[in-house]
Design a binder for this molecule. Sequence first.
Ligand code: HEM
Length: 485
Amino acid sequence: MVDVRSQWSVVGDFVPTHANSLKDGRASGTLMEFPADPIACMQRLFREQGDYATLHGDGQKLSFVFCAEGNHQVLSDPVNFHSRFFALRGGRNSPQRRLSSGLLSMNGEEHRRNRRLVMDAFSKRAVPLYASTIVNLTEELLSKWEPGQTVDINHEMTEFMLRVTSSILFGVDNPEMAYRIGRMTDQWVRMNHEAGIGAMISSPETAERYNELLGFAAELDAEIAAMIDLRRHKKTSSHDALSMLLAAHDGEGSITDEQLIGHTALLFAASHLTTAHTFAWTIFLLSQHPRIMTDLHHELETLEGAAPLGAALDRLDLTERVIKESMRCLPASAYSQRFSTCQQKLGNLELCTGETVIFSQFMTHHRSDLYVDPYAFQPERWKTISPSPYAYLPFGAGPRMCIGAALGMLILKTVMPMLLSRFKFQLQPYAEISGRVISTMLGPITPVPMTIEAQDGKFESVPVRGNIGELVDLAGYVSNQSQAA
Ligand code: HEM
């Protein structure tokens, strides 16, 4: 039997969701503090150790960098710092190995070559081709909502992004198959996460979960292979990313079907929830900042037509600042990791070969020497600041920076104005809003209940509960202490 524990890593895709999963006495050691609550753990380490920190436990060590200089050293050097996002890789030639073989598992020349090939589908030339798909799907979403209806906006945007991501990646001519693959990819990501948690604990369920993951990987692998086959034999041209990946080639040839499966799974996993959470956080933050929402409403009133397209997008200055600030305050990708390929110095740390280093968007974005009043949501700060790529990095930085950044921004900048022009999103008073990092992503773990009303340009914040008040400063926040009182 495979010893899953030997394949487990405390970071990357395998971060326990609930502190309780670590409190049953079977897992021990201070290293577990990190997956139990990554943000609280990093905040403590920063307070106690400063820009560079280490966490020890179970004979292992995790290193952390919290400053722009450290981010620069780690992220700009792909030779001495490698990426290894997926920890449970499965056997050689197995479906699990193929699915987990996207860009984030590649290094060196293999990464450079594949990134060049995949980039074509997300280049400045290719991205605008997806605009009409984005607009059509947004109109579909708007036509579904009725004034007076209360929705969980995180759930709505997750479902919406499932459609957008599936359509952009796989085309619109076979939506059912595309959504099925999308949903299965989400489930596969979740199962990786859960099998990773299980791998910390020695129990019969550990092996069972791992086997379930491998079985599910085989199904997803077959579905994606069938989609690739369909695309390859399609007669008409199509503006979907998979068709572009199939056509991509260089002097060494094209992307193999095996590589395509890994790229497809990673592209879906990397784009879906990150963008959905960014939507949910931005709509939430706006609902709690009526003055900013009023200014934004005035900007959106200048829009001609239902959707901002082409040059109109560039005129939406405040919209852009709002999105940037939302991704600074509540970055959907809260941290990521590299491992050191040699013995080296990182700030005051001595790294060994193979040692894991965590860098964190959340921590860097909340440094008071980089951002005045870092926990406040202040889009206007972007009029006067221009941080370095290693001080503001919602999409990462360096040679592995997100290849979907331009597409992600196009989606956010096109859809936000369409939603906010048509409807007002009113948070339910005293709703509990809590966020947590799951599998490196910071998203809401409670529903975000919004009542959708016809847009009347009148905005008001409401009292809110939950741990959100620890992640961002909110005027109407009702802390746990005042609740108890
Ligand atoms: C708001 C939306 C998004 C956020 C916040 C985001 C964030 C990130 C971050 C932080 C990284 C770097 C990870 C690291 O250095 O370890 C990354 C990489 C990546 N992202 Fe995104 N992403 C978003 C949207 C997308 C979209 C729309 C796509 C694709 C269509 C995408 C595809 C990728 C891929 C393939 C990589 C790996 C690049 C490489 O290793 O060379 N992402 N993303």
